[in-house]
Write a protein that binds this ligand. Sequence first.
Ligand SMILES: *[C@@H]1O[C@H](CO)[C@@H](O)[C@H](O)[C@H]1NC(C)=O
Ligand SMILES: *[C@@H]1O[C@H](CO)[C@@H](O)[C@H](O)[C@H]1NC(C)=O
Length: 161
Amino acid sequence: MATRFVFLIALSFSIILSLVPVTTAKYHVKGCVYCDTCRAGFETNVTTYIQGARVGIRCIERASKKVVFYTEGETDDKGTYHIEVENDHHDNICQTVLVSSPLNWCSTPDPGRNRSSIVLTHYKNGILNYLHYANSMGFLKDEPLPVCHHLLKYYLSDSDV
Ligand SMILES: *[C@@H]1O[C@H](CO)[C@@H](O)[C@H](O)[C@H]1NC(C)=O
Ligand SMILES: *[C@@H]1O[C@H](CO)[C@@H](O)[C@H](O)[C@H]1NC(C)=O
């Protein structure tokens, strides 16, 4: 009788323990936002990172294409954001998106780097996953820095080889 009772308690605890992380655990999405000072379409060694840029995380439902989740965060002095996400969104299509830049001379989202796909689930290959990395996103500086002319020649010739 007593052992059966203990067993039932142990069983219900293990059910609770196995359910809790899946349904309510929080995790973070991390990534960074840069200013493409060369309007190169990629990060260079004169790229700067933007503090105070706003980033959104948006999930849409595959079938209806309706937005089912949205949250926002801001970058720190290194241009990095850490946005907390709750619940599992692996059934949805999720992206990080650029919302705004605090720099009026660097506030045009680079059409090729204005979002990043992310899979928002706690389990990745069967492993609990509390931190998700998104690709960097960038705004384009209004005018490229003078040094860029020389620099881009170097970058482009390098990638041609
Ligand atoms: C960036 O790279 C180029 C090419 O290697 C180099 O000439 C330049 O000095 C570098 N600039 C900075 C700021 O590191
Ligand atoms: C990113 O840029 C593409 C191309 O201009 C555009 O179609 C898309 O809506 C943009 N996405 C976001 C999140 O701004």
